[in-house]
Design a protein around this ligand. Structure first.
Ligand code: MGD
Ligand code: MGD
Ligand code: MO
Length: 622
């Protein structure tokens, strides 16, 4: 009432009740601003793909592929028990396919790969240019596809003309012969080949360019939306609209509200939602006075110290969460959300395990919500009723809503949930033959100067749209290591823990510690993996408590001396430490070192690379 909807910031993780949250807080209450999911997870790789290929998401057709490059990706762990590892392992066995893993960390994906390339971090764009160089020089690209379906090939060819494997070897620390071998293997297997980046490249300050250069390789060999290549993600069917069925017109009360222009943040002119790391500044300026959070743990995602201060400065913080996260602890109102097993669930997709089909999957609650917890539908419909919008939530529960959605494809919720999933449609390959590419030129674009928003941004920031590799430079493209801070630290995921979801669960943490030979009864936090080459001169041994200092801040962790990380590079798992759901906030949240300036300049995505120095804390072993 005091500040109006334009001052209430929305933030969503991957909730079950996402549509009900949007209906209440966006459409009805009219809060126009949300934090961009892309700015914490996949901005650089999906934005560059969208500008090049015209659709938001590509997806590897692993199971039919003959040559796969997991590029800054770890699907064997990050999708354990799911379709990604299944597809990869199936094709490795059935087609004798090749898997190349490009990662400074020896992951379980590296374990099953034919080739592990522990690349110098953040040099991926240089490697991609050299691969393009070889493919063109050896005339291994798909001439027909390039001729008819791409734009800007000549400019691309000129840009890679001098980017030889020898040039890239000096930058990436991968030898020139290996670069040639990967380039030839990738191109010869095409169209059944795929180069697919994600978080490893998305979390870099120069990540947009690196992803742009990797995507170009897929265009070059013409594997776009072809069997064994990259799929164009589409379900190929539509569910019914339950609101339409009931004659309910949903208003768009968020539409005409004023939103601030973030003059000092050039990427915000094309990134529709607010960048995660820009939120504290927006609060400080008074643009944001309140926060409504749904299933998300923003305090582990970037600029954490400033975020915590910002939450305290806000007049009203509301959250729906299942655990006491850093947000829950600061919230004025906490709605204890039911877990996934306590509420009905429906999802659709056109990717993955059934890469030639669109599918629907559903499940019923296994038990009723425990204690005071409520399903998302109950929380949002009760709030709506109090606010005078009860007529927009006429359903008994989400299951009834899903049932009306499924009637559009002649199914019932009961049926689909009984079977757990159903294949609904066929999604043909080469969809571009019919529809073209949804880009400025109607083609796959090597030359991104035709994208006005990118051209304008490049001009404003002093960057360029060309296929180039930009080294980190302390200004635009990420911070460099130096004598004082000689090691590069980043964080990410591990098989045993799912994002910020599991760190409160003994069993998950125990499994994680077991894997690296630790007893979690002795230390419950995350481990700092450090190569012996870096550990020995510093007198660091496995189990030592260490202090990690960056130009902005410092944290304490327990070291794991380990050859599975590249010399000069340190890795830990996110979701621990300050503001996390881990008991007693055990371990460290390295995003306490992250600040507003740690963003990738094109997509506004958080840059999670930090130059640091590490010293043992004497007499304080775990
Ligand atoms: N078990 C589990 N599964 C998950 C998640 C989880 O937390 N736990 N999270 C889910 C989510 S939200 C996502 S987005 C996906 C992500 O799925 P993936 O992207 O497949 O998984 P990550 O483990 O993030 O893989 C990124 C890899 O990049 C490496 N890397 C870091 N820096 C560089 C670099 O400079 N160059 C290169 N080439 N590699 C680099 C890291 O060491 C890491 O192994 O996983 C999903 N699945
Ligand atoms: N430092 C660092 N930050 C990262 C990443 C990283 O690698 N390092 N990865 C980034 C990526 S790829 C992504 S996608 C984002 C994801 O970031 P978020 O969207 O924040 O997702 P989670 O970390 O999974 O946090 C989920 C929240 O939901 C709560 N929750 C868990 N289960 C339930 C439930 O059943 N019901 C309800 N109501 N709540 C529940 C948890 O307590 C937690 O607070 O994080 C990004 N942030
Ligand atoms: Mo993610």
């Amino acid at each position: 009432e005091k500040h109006g909807p334009e001052k209430l910031l929305r933030y969503q993780g991957y909730p079950i009740g996402g549509e009900f949250h949007d209906l209440l807080f966006r459409d009805l209450y009219g809060a126009p601003i949300q934090v961009g999911r892309k700015t914490t997870c996949h901005g650089p790789f999906s934005d560059s793909w969208e500008w090049m290929a015209g659709y938001g998401r590509e997806w590897p057709d692993w199971q039919h592929s003959e040559f796969m490059i997991a590029w800054g990706r770890n699907p064997i762990e990050s999708f354990r028990g799911q379709w990604e590892p299944k597809g990869i392992i199936e094709t490795l066995e059935a087609h004798d396919a090749t898997l190349v893993c490009i990662d400074p960390r020896y992951t379980k994906t590296a374990e099953v790969a034919d080739l592990w390339l522990p690349i110098e971090p953040r040099t991926d764009g240089a490697l991609a240019l050299a691969i393009g160089h070889v493919i063109i020089k050896e005339e291994l690209y798909d001439e027909a596809f390039v001729e008819e379906w791409t734009h800007g090939f000549d400019a691309y060819r000129d840009a890679v003309a001098d980017k030889s494997p020898e040039w890239a070897a000096a930058i990436t620390d991968i030898d020139a012969e290996t670069i040639r071998e990967v380039a030839v293997g990738f191109a010869e297997a095409a169209p059944r080949s795929v180069a697919f980046p994600w978080t490893g490249l998305a979390f870099q300050g120069n990540g947009f360019k690196n992803c742009q250069n990797v995507h170009a390789l897929n265009g070059l060999v013409g594997n776009i939306d072809r069997k064994g290549g990259t799929r164009h993600w589409r379900t190929g069917f539509s569910l019914a609209d339950p609101f339409e069925k009931r004659g309910i017109d949903i208003p768009a009360n968020h539409k005409d509200r004023p939103t601030p222009d973030y003059e000092d943040h050039p990427y915000q002119r094309h990134v529709r939602d607010l960048s995660h790391n820009a939120v504290p500044a927006a609060v400080e300026r008074g643009d944001i006075q309140g926060f409504v959070n749904n299933w998300s743990a923003p305090l582990k995602s970037g600029n954490s110290e400033a975020w915590a201060t910002a939450l305290e400065a806000m007049d009203l913080v509301i959250t729906v969460d299942a655990f006491w996260s850093g947000v829950s602890r600061r919230a004025d109102v906490v709605f204890p959300g039911a877990s996934t097993l306590e509420q009905p669930f429906l999802d659709t997709g056109g990717d993955g395990a059934y890469s030639e089909s669109g599918w629907v999957t559903a499940s019923k609650p296994v038990i009723d919500p425990i204690g005071d917890c409520r399903t998302d539908y109950d929380i949002y419909s009760a709030l709506a009723a109090e606010l005078g919008w009860g007529e927009y939530f006429p359903w008994e529960d989400a299951a009834e809503f899903y049932d009306e959605q499924l009637s559009g494809i002649g199914r019932s919720f009961e049926d689909v949930a009984e079977r757990s999933y159903e294949i609904v449609s066929d999604v043909p390959y080469e969809q571009w033959r019919e529809d073209g590419f949804d880009t400025e030129t109607g083609k796959f674009q090597f030359d991104l100067d035709v994208v006005d928003e990118y051209a304008a941004l490049a001009e404003e920031t002093g960057a360029s749209t060309a296929p180039e590799w930009h080294p980190p430079d302390d200004e635009l493209y990420g911070e460099t290591t130096d004598e004082e801070y000689p090691l590069l630290l980043t964080d990410g995921f591990v098989e045993q823990l799912s994002r910020g979801h599991c760190q409160a669960l003994d069993e998950a943490r125990e499994e994680y510690h077991d894997r690296f030979g630790f007893r979690y009864e002795e230390y419950e936090g995350n481990l700092l993996h450090i190569n012996p080459v870096d550990a020995e001169p510093r007198g660091i041994e496995t189990g030592d408590r260490v202090r990690v200092v960056s130009p902005d801040s410092e944290v304490e962790l327990v070291a794991h001396v380990y050859e599975g990380v590249r010399p000069g590079w340190l890795f830990t798992v996110s979701g621990f430490g300050a503001h996390s759901i881990a008991p007693d906030e055990a371990g460290a949240n390295i995003m306490m070192m992250n600040t507003e300036r740690h963003v990738e300049p094109v997509s506004g995505q958080v840059d999670r690379n930090h130059p640091v120095e590490v010293t043992p804390l004497r007499g304080e072993s775990r």
